[in-house]
Design a protein. Structure first.
Lengths: 159, 159, 159, 159, 159, 159
């Protein structure tokens, strides 16, 4: 069985992320979406909230797990017997950071490949920062995120 | 009448920004320089200070307004009946972020175009961060900013 | 009256080019699509064929002219009393070449601005080379080019 | 069974290409190296020579096929019941072209994913053009290509 | 005597930095590694710690000085009678920032050149941020930093 | 004595090239401008013409040699006892190609460094292709090339 890990902070999970999960499922028997600690001090959603929002976003999809993750990605991947780490590639800025991380991970553990997938081109402009920014300014982001995430954003920003 | 909005944080306004305003005036009947809240926690100049410094920098130029702005740029542009949003393009890093913002803005409101202009190549190296950094270290930035901004920087850093 | 020139080789004219023409029309009173000599030795369509295909592609659109052009772009622009040169920006590779050309044109004649517009993100992947390549290999390009161009491609490749 | 296609001109096949084949074999049950017509007029090696050199280079590796290919990649991939198209990513210039091709292929046939893999960083500098150039100038390329390719280059250049 | 300054925050000094020092020594009679204040609020190592770690890392190498530095780089370079400022170039993101700084420094003082050197390609993926991140997560970084730095990281993270 | 080689096709030599020669002279005791065979089939100027034009362009400058060069750059550099290969860096597209060549050269001979210098920002837009193109179309390039080159271009294009 081939297992892929799709790591990220997902603060919040967007339709672009969902698109990558669906593409990865065409290539691997199982995809584990792994929620990393947000290195920024003030994430919009806590890790547990993010975990739950992704679980609801992928509800009904087979062969997808969602897990919290702490520590070195390569250790986690080994423990999960992963074949590959999956990452979405949209832009040049992504590209350089992603290559750097992938090379470093390979250096730390050569047992799995980092595999880059392209989201649908309509998600080129989409990332979690922009979604948070627009939502904070009162914009409508229902087109960019799963409906559970949209509701959670509204709840969060009402407070 | 064609109206263009030139949004930015302008902390502080530089000769590169002024160059873009002048180019935009060749294309549009009116240019509104719109000062956005600085998302960083500690701007060097407050919004009102930045507004005032830009007003003095463009004094004598016709068809230029300077305004504070809060909320979604696309809402503001609609309210102002803007034809276009103007942005300066200097470097690749600009380019990707700018394209992402422009695509997102188009998604939120398809009624106006984002128009990219190139500053004079002598401003390629110039941005507000570098100006603040050099001024803080005691360097002379009189060549890079309007004289009112230069004076304000000296005042600010004396304190 | 503001006049913009949209220069290119257009071998062939694609839906991405058409998208830029429509965006330019929102900003300028008149847009002149100018067909340049194809510097490659073997263009698929002759200059006159390209001129005619564009004319048919923009039929019914107001304020659009299509012309052949030879010589220095800046001389042509001056003669046409153009306010701006319009260029589409899709990718980084575009970006560098375009900036270089724009700076050079500014050096040769400082009387007009180069204005960069973004096509719809669904045309990110689209350029004339790829269209020609796919058509040559027997692929269906009807989604990527105006129908007159599609027909012309089929005719051309039957021979 | 998961099948990946690794298309290229491979003029000639390098150790960087071999590295990608080996990585792809960790992810897919079978990898088909597909030799495309070289669009340049004067390839160094004919299609049949390239086919044979790759076959000898992967001799002894299981689950690798080498084939000639003509026409649209997406048609070929469908016929082969491929799950994925594999491409190596080394540099930004690769990246843009590759994304463009991958998006176009997806447009033409949405049935398989393009998967990007990273070669070992020691192959960052390596491509077929540079190998040909150095060999032509009399340099030693034995470190950069399989030994059968090295021998073939020497033979070819002796003539 | 030709003198080169190699400025950086070096938080911490890596094998990639050491590689650049060694390359600079082939070009200049003397290399001064200059430790800049870390603009981030919470450096992992204090300036004095960083100074000491670099001094121990280059122990035994001739013609290398290590110094703390405060203020404008160009003033420091003049005072030291430097011929050149040395910087390592690994990636595009480096490239743009580095060019911007180099142009600005040239503007402030035209008396010396910024010289860009390439580290060994095996250090492409390496930077201080990634080293700190991996060390914090318990990963083994002994391959990426001089042994004195490795020991210091362990000490620091034990606390 | 430190010797730097500045290789290129120089078809033709521009003010941007001259700027790099002058910067290299601040760092090295001697600079050898080496004219490489133009790999394109139809250079505008023959190798001997290019050699002569550069010699006249640097007339009066001390410590500059101009030579023709054939074969592998690294062999030539060793023969000349060069310390460094000098290259100008203007744009991202330069950057990737240059890094690739520099890494390859290092692989072939580790005895000298490739050193990247930045031309004056006013030469950012300038390269030999654009100069040839403008001259062919009848534009005035006297601002972009040494006067001997300007005269030679006029002569060449009159024929």
């Amino acid at each position: 069985m081939t297992i892929a890990i799709y790591p990220g902070t997902f603060d919040p999970f967007t339709n672009g992320h969902l698109d990558i999960v669906q593409r990865a499922l065409r290539l691997f028997d199982k995809v584990i979406v792994t929620v990393a600690r947000n290195s920024s001090k003030n994430p919009m959603f806590s890790e547990k909230e993010r975990l739950k929002l992704i679980q609801e976003s992928v509800k009904g999809m087979k062969n997808v797990d969602v897990e919290l993750f702490d520590g070195l990605l390569v250790d986690y991947a080994r423990e999960k017997k992963a074949t590959a780490i999956v990452r979405g590639l949209r832009a040049i800025s992504d590209f350089e950071y992603e290559l750097q991380m992938a090379l470093m991970n390979r250096k730390l553990n050569n047992a799995f490949e980092t595999v880059f997938l392209m989201p649908n081109e309509k998600y080129t402009y989409l990332n979690s920062n922009i979604v948070r920014e627009i939502a904070r300014l009162g914009g409508n982001v229902s087109e960019f995120v799963p409906s559970v995430v949209n509701n959670a954003l509204r709840q969060k920003l009402k407070k």
